[in-house]
Design a protein around this ligand. Structure first.
Ligand SMILES: Cc1cc2nc3c(=O)[nH]c(=O)nc-3n(C[C@H](O)[C@H](O)[C@H](O)COP(=O)(O)OP(=O)(O)OC[C@H]3O[C@@H](n4cnc5c(N)ncnc54)[C@H](O)[C@@H]3O)c2cc1C
Length: 402
């Protein structure tokens, strides 16, 4: 049986696109990655990689590199905005799921995947922004905005939440959806905030819930912390705030928004050099993830709210599972692989999305009374059940050899 032997076209060199190229290579299937930007992204805040994501990286031999470059999280600290502990929980991730939860810089994770792809001889073409797709009885053609084109047996759209591939194949029918929040984040050197850190801040993901905003922080290397926050606002106001405010003005606004939070929160914001900002979207359920010879993976197919902390891990899971399926079939049988992929992945990603949206309620604007109620219930629930309720997200394991 002859598997696919002409390079598959992958649109987007994000986590989904790069890891798919690596898994396809492992399966003996060639691919070429096309990325809109001139280089792999060197921007973005910190990212939390869940044990299920690290398990996928293990299959690429990259888990140790990620664990050693980032910072393993040993505890989850839940606090109210005044710093009172609601719960401090040890997730025991290695024991339960085989891998830890790791905080790492988004750009560093990107570099690890990119370097591996380069070392394995995977072709990545930069400054190739997909603009059209032409499908015929034979191959399918990706056309880029510099008017160049590339033919291949299949196109995999791994081009993120605002996916052009999705817009093209479904005629703009399924737009991304505003989650109700905008977010910001930054990096801080340990030495600048050391004096404000508490005894239990060093080994944990520190999550605190206020009246009008959520705030999280963690170490992402031994010497550097990353923080992130989300604030509820209408989409129009969120867009205006992030477009019109200069970096300095936004920083001052955030310092004011979080002035009542316990230290080190205000100091983390005040001491950040560069503020990263995002209007937060997710992707409502698509009826199909593929059309003809094109399929979507990662955020392009099923972006979950960024507050879930699982989007990157889901993108990695997608990459491995699609590559496993494509190695099973010949070129002409691609539609079987697409069908199986969607059948396996859709229920899981939709469950994660629904769960993320349920938890976003905790991050909305609250009156002092409803915040007190939220905090009391959260504390009770966490003390009674720990983090057991989230095990289903992290214990998703797939082996390459299955
Ligand atoms: C603020 C924020 C915080 C987050 N925190 C976490 C977290 O802690 N943990 C977690 O697991 N997830 C987190 N996520 C989600 C995570 O970042 C995404 O789920 C993940 O990046 C999806 O990977 P992807 O490869 O599908 O898409 P992307 O990372 O968006 O990559 C898509 C790539 O396609 C390229 N591209 C776009 N259009 C085109 C085109 N027309 N032609 C060619 N290339 C194109 C882009 O330049 C990009 O390189 C967060 C997201 C945000 C916004």
């Amino acid at each position: 049986m002859e598997t696919i032997n002409k390079p598959i076209i992958i649109i987007g060199a994000g986590y989904a696109g790069l890891s798919l190229a690596l898994f396809l290579k492992k399966a003996g299937i060639p691919s070429t990655v096309f990325e809109a930007y001139p280089d792999v992204k060197n921007i973005g805040g910190g990212i939390g990689l869940a044990p299920n994501g690290i398990n996928i990286l293990q299959q690429l031999g990259l888990n140790e590199k990620v664990i050693n470059t980032g910072k393993v999280v040993d505890y989850n600290n839940f606090r109210n905005y005044k710093g009172k502990f609601l719960a401090r929980i040890k997730p025991n991730a290695i024991k339960k799921f085989g891998q830890p939860f790791v905080m790492i810089s988004r750009a560093v994770l990107h570099q690890i995947l990119y370097q591996e792809a380069i070392e394995q001889g995977i072709e990545i073409k930069f400054q190739k922004r997909l603009s059209h797709i032409h499908e015929s009885a034979g191959d399918i053609t990706a056309i880029f905005d510099d008017e160049s084109s590339f033919e291949g047996p299949l196109i995999i759209g791994a081009d993120g939440i605002h996916s052009t591939t999705r817009k093209i194949i479904f005629n703009n029918a399924f737009p991304e959806q505003y989650t109700g929040f905008y977010g910001a984040g930054g990096f801080v050197q340990r030495s600048t905030v050391e004096q404000y850190l508490g005894l239990h801040d060093h080994d944990a993901l520190n999550l605190s819930f206020g009246l009008s905003g959520f705030f999280g922080f963690s170490f992402q290397t031994v010497d550097e912390l990353t923080w992130w926050c989300s604030l509820e606002l209408s989409e129009q106001d969120a867009k205006q705030t992030l477009t019109n405010f200069s970096a300095g003005t936004l920083k001052n606004k955030l310092v004011a928004d979080y002035k009542d939070f316990y230290q080190p929160v205000p100091q983390l914001i005040a001491n950040s050099g560069h503020i990263i900002k995002t209007v937060m979207y997710d992707m409502p359920s698509l009826p199909e993830w593929y059309k003809g010879k094109t399929i979507l993976i990662g955020d392009a197919a099923h972006a979950v709210s960024p507050t879930s902390g699982l989007g990157a891990s889901l993108a990695l899971e997608d990459a491995m599972i699609l590559a496993k399926l494509l190695r099973r079939y010949t070129t002409n049988e691609y539609s079987k692989a697409f069908f199986d992929f969607q059948s396996v992945r859709k229920p899981r990603t939709e469950k994660v999305r629904a769960d993320a949206n349920k938890h976003n309620i905790d991050k909305k604007i609250h009156s002092p009374i409803s915040a007190w109620f939220r905090d009391t219930m959260m504390s009770l629930f966490l003390k009674l059940f720990g983090l057991g309720a989230v095990d289903w997200k992290y214990n998703y394991k797939v082996e390459w050899g299955d």
